[in-house]
Design a protein around this ligand. Structure first.
Ligand code: FES
Length: 115
């Protein structure tokens, strides 16, 4: 199967992300958490790789996402977890006009399993 590149799917209105600062959306059946960090929007899988809590119910502190489950600390861009080898799947984000688009394919999987 031919691999598609730049598969952007509209996820939310930018105004809503700015207002709520963190929210979960479902994109092509996948729950994705959007975070406003400074002026930038980031996207991680909403379901925590640890014990499946919802990252969108966590906090953003000092530019990091804190899981509400056990307070693991995530880099919102890469999904890297402080002090851990695991990584939360992350998604590319594009803001176009008043809309936020995400690539529903996680960066981790596409890098580890190039086709
Ligand atoms: S469920 Fe996220 S840190 Fe435990």
């Amino acid at each position: 199967m031919e691999q598609q590149t730049g598969e952007w799917v509209r996820a939310a209105a930018l105004a809503e992300v700015r207002r709520r600062r963190r929210l979960a959306v479902t994109v092509e059946g996948r729950r994705i958490a959007l975070f406003l960090v400074g002026d930038d929007v980031y996207a991680l899988d909403d379901v925590c790789v640890h014990k499946q809590r919802s990252l969108s119910k966590g906090a953003v502190l000092n530019g990091r996402v804190i899981c509400p489950g056990h307070q693991w600390v995530f880099d919102p861009e890469t999904g890297e977890i402080e002090g851990r080898d695991e990584c939360q799947p992350s998604h590319a984000v594009r803001v176009d006009g008043g809309d936020v688009y995400v690539d529903p394919r996680p960066r981790i999987l596409s890098e580890e399993h190039p086709s």
